[in-house]
Write a protein that binds this ligand. Structure first.
Ligand SMILES: *Cc1c(COP(=O)(O)O)cnc(C)c1O
Length: 418
């Protein structure tokens, strides 16, 4: 890490990896297998970060490795259509039929950025509405009250984002439908954009009626409703937020799981909207490595293995972990609220359910830091920030959950001592 700090800002290639949110020295990972990772010093961890979500099958799953290896023998990138792109698109649309048409890109940032451009082009409006604590990648329009990474560093926004652009991104509190209504009726919005379950401000669920309300307000005011499911997609439900909540977005961004650990994201939605993207329409967006065969193979193998039965099994283990952790916190007399949807979960050291980012920030983050380090010392790797969701994979066995709970029970005991 010392050598890395001389070479990379903070020694890392993405800020949250530097452990700014919890202090202490980050570890350097050597390898992963299934539910576990090993650092270069040989320490073993049960991993609940899973590369921040993509690894729904766990580390180095054979099906993904074999698929990528097989495809790799035939070339890694062509910049010409391949059949694999269509196969992955069809696999996605089979689970999320509202993505009638889509475009592959290489990162969630690109997907969210492109979807905003499309929404602006389609509506002829410039303003976006996002929610405090939601992260949509690091494109200029979205580095406004953007949750985890930015909040952990204590930066409300980012220098380098032109104020003329930042002013076009309005924000309000998650779950505050009245504020949305007020804003949407006073400013013509191109899009209301959100994580349907927030994962980047800690794990925060929408209250009943919130998403339905956003759909109604979008319809009444001519804004598009955009679900950024880069994190929630193929995590919170087999068919994503639409299946979980019964609310249809106009446009959707996906990433993380759809690449199974390779760099893939996609945006898509209603055909008449997506047809506005170049070359059928005038909204420009392109990418040299977009849809490259390695990434498509990783995604196809991952979605192929993630059947509804597998999803349900991961969900059941996630439920057991969350219930076990809640019981542990209660035994230790710690203020605690935890929840999950599918294989995405999270907790706050706060005694009532967190509904927005302000409430998330009122949780006991000092206790979180002690708990994080105590867990890590006992071989459980949680996200190094109080404002991040956690994940589960198909590789986490019931025995892993038991071991995790025993270690976290210990860790909680240490953390409450102060
Ligand atoms: C991770 C994430 C992004 C950004 O994706 P990258 O691949 O890191 O650029 C965007 N939106 C959400 C909701 C995310 O969780």
């Amino acid at each position: 890490m010392a050598r890395s700090r001389a070479r990379f800002p903070g020694g890392v290639n993405s800020p949250v990896r530097a452990f700014g949110g919890v202090g202490g020295e980050p570890f350097v990972v050597a390898r992963g297998a299934g539910s576990r990772i090993w650092d270069v010093d040989g320490n073993e961890y049960l991993d609940y970060v899973l590369s921040w979500g993509p690894l729904v099958l766990g580390h180095a799953p054979r099906v993904v490795l074999e698929a990528v290896e097989r495809i790799m023998q035939q070339g890694t990138s062509f910049g010409i259509p391949t059949g694999l792109e269509l196969e992955l698109a069809e696999a996605i649309a089979a689970r999320m039929p509202h993505l009638e048409m889509m475009r592959f890109v290489s990162s969630g940032t690109e997907a969210a950025m492109s979807v905003a451009r499309l929404a602006r082009a389609v509506t002829g409006r410039d303003h976006l509405l996002k929610f405090e604590g939601c992260y949509h990648g690091h494109a200029d329009s979205f580095l406004v009250k953007a949750g985890s990474g930015v909040a952990t560093l204590g930066l409300p926004n980012s220098p380098g984002v032109p104020s003329a652009l930042a002013e076009l991104t309005l924000t309000c509190a998650f779950n505050d439908l009245e504020a949305v209504e007020r804003i949407a009726r006073s400013v013509p919005l191109a899009a209301i954009l959100l994580e349907p379950i927030v994962g980047n401000g800690g794990y925060i669920e929408p209250v009943p009626g919130f998403l339905e309300g956003l759909r109604r307000i979008a319809d009444e005011t001519g804004a598009l409703l955009v679900f950024d499911e880069v994190m929630t997609g193929f995590r919170i439900a087999f068919g994503g937020a639409r299946e979980r909540f019964g609310v249809n977005p106009d446009l959707t961004a996906l990433g993380k799981v759809i690449g199974g650990g390779l760099p893939v994201a996609v945006y898509g939605g209603r055909r008449e909207l997506m047809e506005r993207v170049a070359p059928t329409g005038p909204v420009y967006q392109a990418g040299t490595l977009s849809g490259n065969p390695l990434a498509m193979a990783g995604g196809l193998a991952t979605l192929g293995a993630l059947t509804r039965e597998v999803h349900d099994a991961i969900t059941a283990r996630t439920a057991r972990l969350v219930a076990g952790l809640t019981a542990i916190a209660s035994r230790h007399g710690v203020p605690f609220s935890a929840s999950h949807s599918g294989s995405m979960w999270g907790f706050f050291f706060r005694d009532t359910t967190v509904r927005n980012f302000d409430e998330a920030k009122q949780s006991d983050t000092a206790l979180f830091k002690r708990f994080f380090h105590a867990a890590r010392e006992r071989g459980v790797y949680l996200a190094p920030s109080a404002f991040e969701a956690a994940f589960m994979s198909a590789a986490h066995s019931d025995a892993d959950i038991d071991l995790t709970l025993a270690r976290l029970d210990d860790a909680m005991g240490v953390a409450v001592q102060g």
